[in-house]
Design a protein around this ligand. Sequence first.
Ligand code: HSE
Length: 432
Amino acid sequence: MNAGIVNVGIIGFGTVGSGTAKILIENAVLIRRRTGADVRLKRIADLDVTRDRGIKLAPGVLVPDANAVLNDPEIGVVVELMGGIHPALEFIKSALKNGKHVVTANKQLLAEKGAEIFALAREKNRVVAFEAAVAGGIPIIKVLRESLSCNNILSIHGIINGTSNYILTKMTREGMSFQDALKEAQRLGYAEANPAFDIEGVDTAHKLTLLASLAFGIPLSFDRVYKEGITRITAEDILYASELGYKIKLLAVTKVVDGGIELRVHPTMIPEDFLIARVDGVLNAVMVTGDYVGETMYYGRGAGDMPTGSAVVSDIIDIATGRQTAGSCGIAAPDGEKFAIRDMKDVVSMYYFRFSAIDKPGVLSRISGVLGSHNISISAVIQKERREGEAVPVVVLTHKAREEDVVEAVGEIDKLNVVSENTRFIRVEGKE
Ligand code: HSE
């Protein structure tokens, strides 16, 4: 498509839909001057046509029926901002079949059904652009697809769920309870419609799926991502982590190890002097390491109406100016796999354990005996409380160990009669 008049139809007038509409209306002149693209917001479809979003629309722009967008021959770009799988999938397919380019922020849909969508886009020679699907306003998709395209990507580490980061930050800084922090994040509009997606690591896994496909040329592999959320992180763990010089973050990790790809999302203890450990609140950050460029980091707002709207509009402009073309999406076709995905059991990491151990002589040697018999070497032990004959927390940090050994050791330790509750463990990043 040459830069000229581009009519846009949005489906979904919620948080991101409102941000997108606002930018298109308020910055229309700037966009035209800077890019040559005359982007016009022709229609918005949403079931709720009465709620005041604080945006002045011309009469007839807001309609309740998505078909008024999908079947309008003048609309060249359909922007899907409703979220969820159905009917977003059907709407996007119908838009592509009608010859329209698609922009979407829907990470769940792309991570779970992307193979189908991108295949149709290829067949119809149309663009499916998705900058807003990962890390809101941070242009990380463009970085992987374009800016670092001459590098072999070695690893990506990301804080890419604002809600979880906000919750962990509130718990760390203000001692706020998990539930109160979650409510606050929901009130501010950061959380997904289903907040379990945020706190159970699912939203992060959706985004990691897209990043890994772009970085390594593997097919979308959402089902292969190891997912563990933040719901079992306690104030006690946060306190211990802080005393040991670490922050707890929900980290998305994908990297090449022994010719395979790790895909994992879990709470992680990160040394507090690492740049990424300082990314707090709703902010996101993605660290990408390439073989030539080395370590790079991208930081910004990962959620919210205007930052995410900014990413959506940048995609619309890219389509309008021909910067994104049908062949440039960067997501591998299903037969594109070059690497095997590694099992979580083979991951090697340092670990933090919190045991509930009976406070009496010989208990620590039994626990460390089990760890030793599974090839797990201890680097530090803390027992602060003293309650003779009762359960007290005993915190252990380890050198690098294999996940499978850790899981087996914990299973054995939890059966010891000197251990009163299930052991908690958190993976630890940093230098040994
Ligand atoms: N629920 C997401 C988050 C919104 O908290 O980051 C942006 O994808």
